[in-house]
Design a protein around this ligand. Structure first.
Ligand code: NAP
Length: 491
């Protein structure tokens, strides 16, 4: 399956708003470096970075020299390649809130109207609208232009719609690329390959055979340094509305007729619209909020959420959320989807667990009494792997079944550097392939499901339950899943 075309890139100008920011330094510039080192960027492809910081292109390149190397990694850094890459990079100070501030970009882009032109908005969301207006009024939007938006796209459905309206006033939907970098991860694309490139999963991929699906996105880090931002956001908005719902819809969607952007996104949106709403008391019964307290990891103690200086000591923002969701469709009726995400959890783990139903009638004794069924475990972090748990007869003279794992470790199979998720997304952006980006209606549908959960938390004054840093979250999350006679996969 060819998810991404290999077609050569046309000459382009990649205008990076927020070029001095954290995301650019850690992910975007390294991603472009790797694509340059793989010779995928055409010679006439320029990266035009902007920020408020006053400096010229030479000063910016020097600052990249100091900051970016560690994010590329010593083993992948090549000085000659880096020097040639830097020649692509230009820098102009631009205050995006000042309509007159765009003149340096007007000058830099003059005469290049036929080239692909990407505006990448790696800035706070409150600058999306001023930039859309600014590039429009400066006459910078051509028919070959595209705009990419970082998450979060709004705080709720209404604010997302307002941002989308301001973008739509100057760009066509076909020019707007809403980033969810999870969609750039190899394993997420492999979900599509696994489901729709192999015939044998499809007959099993339904409520007759699957008992439940669990998605865990656990981080071991806390919010240090980002507390002020995080406290306004919380785990539901930061992780569930985008990454986790994206994983869920890719797992649950019907086979699209092709890999074309709209064919895939048409199927994804059907799942979002089929999510059973969680409103009022149902939202309370099917959700758990948590907030971490001081705890310890193997390398020492860590402070609690409220111990951070930039967080009010009466904050009720959740750093953990668990949800039980259902999809109202023929395929998924009665199959609970459990989503769980949190900060300062026991380990950094992102995984999807598909639990299959038990055999209808067991003729074998087993070591574990078939207590845990067959499982497909798709791990995205820390390493990418797919494991299948099956029963075999244990060697010996008894007929005794024992669960074992078939393991597929992507590092062993491909033995090459794992791409940063953004590498793929940035190339697609330049190529003009929207398959791995979110459409406006998808974003709206995701918020439409999330907003009532928040509303119920407010209505019922549901404050987060405490959990100790370094654990798997509050005990209430175990109670949530055990109501279905299940438990979280924590092997
Ligand atoms: P950041 O480190 O705070 O950087 C913000 C950037 O915006 C800086 O380059 C800053 O330039 C520029 N900027 C601020 N005000 C400006 C203005 N008036 N005119 C022009 N430029 C201005 O933020 P970040 O962490 O890189 O995040 C950027 C975006 O990506 C945000 O929407 C964030 O939510 C999203 N995101 C970030 C991450 C991450 O890991 N960092 C992950 C996912 C999504 P100066 O510093 O030169 O003033």
């Amino acid at each position: 399956m060819n998810l991404i075309s290999n077609e050569a890139l046309l000459p382009f100008d990649f205008i990076l708003f927020g070029g001095t920011g954290d995301l650019s330094i850690r992910k975007l510039i390294p991603s472009l470096y790797f694509r340059h080192s793989e010779k995928q960027l055409p010679e006439d492809g320029r990266i035009i970075a902007t920020g408020r910081t006053a400096m010229d292109s030479i000063g910016f390149r020097q600052s990249l020299d100091v900051q970016v190397r560690e994010h590329i990694g010593e083993q992948d850094f090549d000085q000659l390649t880096w020097d040639s890459f830097l020649q692509r990079i230009h820098y102009y100070p631009v205050d995006v809130t000042d309509p007159a501030g765009y003149q340096p970009l007007v000058d830099a882009l003059a005469g290049r109207e036929e080239h692909v032109r990407v505006f990448y908005l790696s800035v706070a969301p409150n600058l999306f609208t001023p930039i859309a207006r600014g590039v429009h009024e400066a006459g910078l939007i051509t028919e070959h232009s595209r705009v990419a938006l970082e998450k979060p796209l709004g705080r709720d459905r209404q604010s997302a719609e307002e941002i989308n309206d301001s973008l739509s006033a100057v760009f066509d939907e076909g020019q707007i690329y809403r980033i969810d970098h999870y969609l750039g991860k190899e394993t997420v694309q492999n979900l599509l390959a696994l489901r729709f490139g192999n015939a044998f999963f499809e007959p099993l991929w339904r409520s007759e055979r699957i008992s439940d699906i669990q998605i865990t996105v656990a981080e071991s880090l806390g919010v240090e340094g980002r507390g002020a931002f995080y406290d306004q956001t919380g785990a539901l908005r930061e992780m569930v509305q985008n990454h986790m719902l994206q994983l869920m819809v890719i797992l649950a969607m019907e086979p699209p007729v092709s890999i074309d952007p709209d064919a895939v996104r048409d199927e994804k949106i059907k799942v979002l619209r089929a999510l059973k709403p969680l409103k009022g008391i149902e939202a309370i019964e099917n959700s758990v909020r948590g907030q971490y307290r001081a705890g310890a990891f193997s390398n020492g103690p860590v402070p609690g959420y409220l111990d951070n200086e930039d967080i009010p000591n009466d904050s009720t923002t959740e750093t953990f959320v668990a949800l039980r969701a259902e999809i109202a469709s023929w395929r998924w009726e009665g199959v609970p989807f459990f989503l769980r995400t949190g900060k300062r959890m026991e380990s950094k783990t992102t995984e999807i667990v598909i639990n299959f139903k038990k055999v209808p009638h067991s003729i074998f004794p087993t070591a574990d009494g078939f207590s845990t069924p067959n499982q497909l475990i798709i791990r995205l972090q820390p390493e990418e792997s797919i494991r299948m748990r099956i029963y075999v007869k244990a060697w010996g003279d008894d007929i005794q079944l024992q669960p074992v794992y078939l393991n597929l470790d992507f590092n062993d199979v491909f033995q090459k550097r794992r791409m940063i998720a953004y590498e793929r997304l940035l190339l697609d952006l330049i190529r003009g392939n929207q398959t791995l980006f979110m459409r406006r209606d998808e974003v709206a549908a995701a918020w439409a499901w999330i907003d009532p959960i928040r509303a119920a938390w407010e209505q019922y004054q549901y404050t987060p339950k405490n959990y100790t840093a370094g654990t798997w979250g509050p005990g209430a999350a175990n109670a949530l899943i055990s109501k279905d006679g299940l438990r979280w996969n924590e092997d």
